[in-house]
Write a protein that binds this ligand. Structure first.
Ligand code: CA
Length: 433
């Protein structure tokens, strides 16, 4: 077998694992998925690299030490508190580890399956583990690439007839976000304070955000950067992407509305961005590749790529008030609706010569679908608070209240298996007094 057919075999829908929980057709972490993360547990507080399989985590540092995982590096890249060293090895190394793990975890492979002593060291139950921020993130950029989202926001705040500004259809619009406040799922988020401009007052007041919102997004993690002055071509861009996460770009709409002219969002976005702990590789997403929406006008040459560059990823958001048992689903949508692709975003980001680095995080922009129940933000689904959402156990929401828990989920449904992202959760704490 050559490397390509080995890689194909990792995507075989009929492949099953001896980790039985992975074989449930609606479990996020099938043997076809194998997402990477960083974890610790009660008995071993050291942060190390793991891969999710069913309800378990495979400790890659243990496998490497046992000689079951060959990696093209002289140094240990898995007994680390981030994935950056492993990611730096490049796509061939990521693929090689994926192929080796898929084989080791396959039902008919006895090597680890029948080695009880090693298995007890190498497998950690997810319920016993704590997940950490998977990468050290040198830079975070957020795009604005959903036509439906940009149209909704443009209609609300400018002019429904000219909702999209002329530049929007020519390039993936983005802004440089704040890497320091990216947190892993489960980290509580404090409601921000800031300047609020009330409509009936001439000057702003200082206080707690009253229009706290989510933005349902995905993010991609740079696996191979580019040197300063050397752009990444659109056709080559996907080779620079290690994988994807779910991303919640928490947004303070009232702070944003007052501050965003002329240089875009600042404090409205910098207080927190939550990502899911598992990075799903582009190799795992390959079977879910679909055509992106038609682009009119045709983009400039540097933004063109042949073939399919969108991915069919189902997404949903739920909201659970602190006092409620049940969460209410507030949106269902799909990543495939995005107008600009990740490859186009990366090509545009670097066309000026801007360099990117291993671990850089690029947000997709809010992912809204074509219908009212597929909006990726409360700003849109409640139309800036005019149409409150009904909650399952009573009550309504326009924007997020203290104690609310917001959860993003995402998955690709294959034939008998799922490639899922897990969840991306954050609970809102009251503002600092
Ligand atoms: Ca955003």
């Amino acid at each position: 077998m050559n490397a390509l057919s080995d890689l194909q075999a990792t995507l075989d829908p009929s492949r099953k694992s001896w980790v039985e929980s992975a074989n449930d057709s609606t479990h996020d972490f099938s043997i076809q998925n194998l997402p990477f993360g960083v974890f610790s547990d009660k008995t071993n507080h050291a942060h190390r690299v793991g891969v999710a399989i069913g309800d378990e985590i495979v400790d890659l540092a243990v496998l490497q030490a046992a000689g079951l995982l060959n990696v093209s590096s002289k140094t240990d890249v898995f007994a680390r508190d981030t994935l950056n060293d492993f990611i730096s090895l490049g796509r061939e190394a990521w693929r090689s580890v994926r192929i080796q793990l898929s084989s080791l975890l396959a039902r008919d492979n006895a090597t680890l399956r029948d080695d009880a002593a090693l298995r007890s060291k190498a497998l950690v139950r997810q319920s016993d583990a704590q997940l950490h921020l998977p990468v050290q993130i040198p830079g975070y950029t957020d795009f604005y690439s959903s036509k439906e989202h940009a149209t909704n926001v443009g209609s609300m705040f400018r002019d429904p007839k000219n909702a999209l500004l002329p530049n929007w259809s020519e390039m993936p619009i983005g802004y440089n976000g704040r890497a320091s406040s990216v947190v892993v799922s489960g980290t509580p988020v404090q409601r921000p304070n800031g300047q609020l401009k009330l409509p009936d007052q001439e000057r702003p007041v200082f206080g707690a955000c009253r229009k706290l919102d989510i933005e349902l997004e995905t993010g991609f993690v740079i696996g191979g950067g580019n040197a300063l002055g050397e752009p990444i071509a659109c056709a080559a861009a996907e080779a620079h992407i290690f994988g994807m996460v779910l991303l919640n770009d928490w947004s303070a709409r009232d702070i944003q509305q007052w501050e965003y002219v002329p240089l875009g969002p600042f404090n409205a976005k910098t207080f927190a961005t939550t990502i899911s702990p598992w990075i799903v590789t582009l190799d795992a997403l390959e079977p879910f590749r679909v055509a992106q929406p038609a682009q009119e006008p045709q983009p400039l040459a540097y933004l063109r790529h042949d073939g399919k560059h969108a991915f069919d990823i189902s997404l949903e958001v739920t909201l659970r008030p602190q006092t409620a048992k049940q969460a209410t689903t507030i949106t269902r949508t799909n990543f495939k609706h995005m107008y600009w692709t990740m490859a186009q975003q990366l090509a545009h980001h670097t066309v000026s010569g801007c360099n990117t680095r291993v671990g850089d995080l690029m947000g997709s922009g809010t992912i809204s679908g074509p219908t009212a129940d597929s909006c990726g933000s409360l700003l849109e689904s409640t139309w800036n608070g005019k149409n409150p959402l009904e909650l399952k156990e009573g009550g309504t929401r326009t924007f997020i209240e203290d104690g609310d828990e917001l959860m993003l989920a995402g998955w690709c449904q294959g034939d008998g298996y799922r490639v899922g992202f897990g969840t991306c959760v954050g609970e809102i704490l009251p503002a600092r007094k």
